[in-house]
Design a protein around this ligand. Structure first.
Ligand code: ADP
Ligand code: MG
Ligand code: MG
Length: 210
């Protein structure tokens, strides 16, 4: 039933909140090199509040959990990333309907990526979260729709693709967000938002594989 999937999504949100808290200093260090040193704090605050809000829901379906997390991130995170990550999640949550299937997971992932691209006006190569999400979403979709892999294997491949996307942010120049103000000085730095997106995907895989 939908509420079983909903409970799994709540567990995933709790795992993400814990991981982001563990990585707070790491994310802050990355953002201090090319931004304003708040990405660790922004994300830790947002995900802790999101986990609290998700836990408080009464037998929710996946769409309700995802919408609640998105709204909470929008309210708590501020900066560029609140509306970007949270608002896109509220929008994409509609694709989950009341159950998680391979098809709804692909639709959710694609819609989320499109919304982030639209809102941030960023594409692959701009040294942003889009550099992690694009290979992850494309690999997930292809693994499900073309290779017919089980969802867990598709997600594992998506995580590996996101990892390569994060590595790709290092040798390129930032063209969006605060890091773009640095011009060529942004080259040689790993994007904080791409990195936190990778951590989130890693936790979704851990919870899904359980
Ligand atoms: P802020 O830049 O407002 O301080 P954060 O530090 O929390 O917000 O988040 C920074 C991250 O947000 C960047 O590392 C990047 O991945 C992402 N980001 C910023 N601007 C954009 C954009 N226009 N499009 C896509 N992602 C962006
Ligand atoms: Mg910042
Ligand atoms: Mg900021």
């Amino acid at each position: 039933p939908a509420t079983d999937d909903g409970a799994a999504v709540v567990a995933a949100v709790e795992a993400v909140a814990e991981r982001i808290e563990d990585e707070r200093d790491h994310l802050t260090q990355l953002d201090s090199a090319i931004g304003d040193a708040d990405h660790g704090g922004n994300m830790a605050r947002g995900w802790a509040a999101a986990a609290d809000a998700a836990r408080d829901l009464d037998d929710p379906d996946p769409e309700t959990v995802a919408k609640t997390v998105g709204k909470t991130l929008m309210g708590e995170v501020g900066g560029a990333s609140g509306p970007l990550f949270g608002g896109s999640l509220v929008f994409a949550a509609g694709e989950l309907g009341d159950g998680i299937t391979p098809e709804s997971a692909v639709a959710f992932a694609e819609t989320y990526l499109e919304k982030v691209e639209d809102r941030g006006d960023a594409r692959v190569g701009d040294q942003t979260v889009v550099d992690a999400l694009t290979p992850a979403v494309h690999t997930f979709k292809k693994s499900i729709e073309v290779d017919d892999l089980p969802p867990i294997e598709a997600l594992a491949k998506a995580v590996a693709a996101a990892e390569r996307g994060v590595a790709f942010t290092v040798p390129i120049r930032a063209r969006k967000g605060r890091a773009s103000y640095l011009g060529w000085r942004s080259v040689g730095h790993q994007d904080p938002g791409a990195t936190s997106a990778l951590f989130i995907l890693e936790e979704l895989l851990v919870v899904a594989a359980d």
